[in-house]
Design a protein around this ligand. Structure first.
Ligand code: NAD
Length: 480
């Protein structure tokens, strides 16, 4: 075990504690594969207490005014900013991403929390004019209740901030089931809320066996809403469990981002921005560009420019200066990526990897370009979730759109063009919750963030995200 062990506890009813039966899960540094600490593994007894604590926390949190809730959320956001460098180091260590990316994620999360705290002050009730005299029709918008939020390891802090922000801003209490691969940075995020003075139980934190926790929480009558970010198969399973309990869900699932590079695109800009978006967080990003659909006239030139960008990557331990791409999060992910690329190779793909040295320990996967893809390859159908760019060509824009829309995923899609007409046309034609043209600035707190088709439903940005954590009720009265 390292000198700087990062051990993580559960937060139950406002108390940080170990699991009742003392069980833990090992946490590894993906850059070295070494043990760096343990996270508490909640059992049934812990889950019972967490729900009881959340019920109390909800009563206390909703009783505050929207202004008082905002003040606490703003304070938590400011604490997060103050601690960004320290928490960033923890995140980089347990997740692998370069420190600069970790710090940027944490500052971004602070902005999300602050936005939702502010937006919570604008959750107005409504007075609807009646059709008959002396009748008053009031529409009340109230917090839905205790929310169970399940979040993944790729953005350990940001993914929680979106769920916490929207739920707390609406006046809900939240039980977070955070990722066991990367537990310590989420705990530090939640500590900011505790230190900002949030009532005990308004936020709780558990780890353990994901299926056991989700089955328990989704079925529990105190829990009134489910929010999940992760893979499509797990999302469908949890949505079905929630459906059986008549509970609303927000689902932010996988993607297989298509990119259409038109013949009129600025290829230098496209190659630079797309490479930055592709290899950020070692490609473990649900909105990462993945299927590159290149107009055949510019395909060879674009591929060369993209290779140059790949060759400039510095792969290594995220805590080392200058590193731009770290390892993938786990041996599980390394194996999955290796199998996907091997499948493509066996089915005739041409692979290209830059000549850069990889560290000889840890879970490193090289930046990889896959050319000459065919639809039989698993990579063309399954979300790779890694530093893999698939290069394909098209002649007619219609066929590029058909390929972009072929998969059941519909999260993010990208277009590079200098033609406004093409931009409008593709903005309508691409089946994706988010379409970005010549840029990658998705994810600002005030705009929608979410998908369609198998990429899920609901949004995690903007006022709609907050409203999804409320119920509306009518109270009408006659004053004779
Ligand atoms: P996975 O499907 O095993 O797990 C994904 C996440 O869901 C993890 O955080 C896990 O703890 C959680 N989970 C799994 N089963 C659960 C259950 N029954 N109840 C509650 N939570 C559960 O996959 P993985 O190996 O961790 O990641 C692989 C795939 O997950 C990726 O290829 C990608 O498609 C997807 N993923 C998507 C996002 C995203 O941002 N949308 C984030 C992480 C992973």
């Amino acid at each position: 075990m390292s000198d700087h062990a990062v051990n993580t506890q559960l937060l139950i009813g406002g108390q940080w504690r170990n699991a009742a039966d003392g069980r833990t899960i090992a946490v590894l540094d993906p850059a070295t594969a070494e043990l760096i600490g343990h996270v508490a593994h909640a059992g049934k007894a812990d889950l019972e207490q967490v729900v009881a604590g959340a019920a109390t926390g909800f009563a206390a949190w909703r009783a505050l005014t929207a202004w008082d809730r905002f003040v606490i959320m703003r304070k938590a956001a400011n604490l997060l900013r103050e601690r960004a460098e320290t928490i960033g180091r923890i995140m980089s260590r347990e997740q692998g991403k370069p420190l600069a990316q970790a710090v940027m994620e944490i500052n971004g999360a602070a902005g999300i929390i602050e936005y939702f705290g502010e937006e919570g002050r604008r959750l107005n009730d409504e007075l609807i004019p009646a059709r008959v005299p002396n009748v008053e029709q009031r529409v009340l918008r109230r917090p839905v209740g205790v929310v169970a939020a399940f979040t993944p390891w790729n953005f350990p802090v940001n993914q929680i901030a979106r769920k916490l922000g929207a739920a707390l801003g609406a006046g809900c209490a939240v039980i977070v089931k955070a990722p066991e691969d990367t537990p310590a940075s989420p705990a530090e995020l939640i500590r900011c809320f505790c230190d900002a003075g949030i009532p005990a139980g308004a936020v709780s934190l558990v780890y353990g066996e994901p299926a056991e926790i989700s089955e328990y929480l989704i079925a529990h009558p105190v829990v009134r809403k489910i929010s999940f970010t992760g893979s499509t198969p797990v999302g469908k399973h949890l949505a079905a469990l929630a459906g059986a309990q008549m509970k609303p869900v927000t689902m932010e699932l996988g993607g297989h981002g298509p990119v259409i590079v038109c013949p009129d695109a600025d290829l230098d800009v496209a190659a630079e921005r797309l490479a930055a978006a592709k290899f950020r967080n070692a490609g473990q990003v649900c909105i990462a560009p993945t299927r590159f659909l290149l107009h055949r006239d510019i395909a060879p030139a674009f591929v060369e420019k993209f290779k140059a960008q790949m060759s400039a990557l510095k792969v290594g331990n995220g805590l080392q200066d200058g590193v731009t791409m770290g390892p993938v999060v786990s041996e599980r992910r390394l194996k999955a990526l290796t199998e996907l690329v091997e499948d493509a190779r066996q089915k005739g793909a041409e692979l290209w990897q830059p000549e850069i040295a990889l560290p000889n320990k840890g879970f490193f996967f090289p930046p990889t370009m896959v050319c000459k893809p065919t639809l039989e390859m698993r990579l063309l159908n399954e979300e790779p979730f890694g530093p893999i760019a698939i290069m394909d060509e098209y002649s007619e824009l219609e066929s590029a759109v058909r390929e972009a829309n072929r998969l059941p995923y519909g999260l993010a899609a990208y277009v590079y063009t200098r033609n406004e007409r093409t931009e409008r046309l593709l903005g309508e034609a691409l089946e994706a919750g988010m379409v970005a043209v010549n840029h990658h600035g998705l994810g600002a707190p005030e705009v929608p963030f979410g998908g369609m088709k198998d990429s899920g439903y609901g949004t995690e940005g903007g006022p709609e995200a907050l409203r999804a954590h409320t119920i509306i009720r009518l109270v009408c009265s006659q004053h004779d």
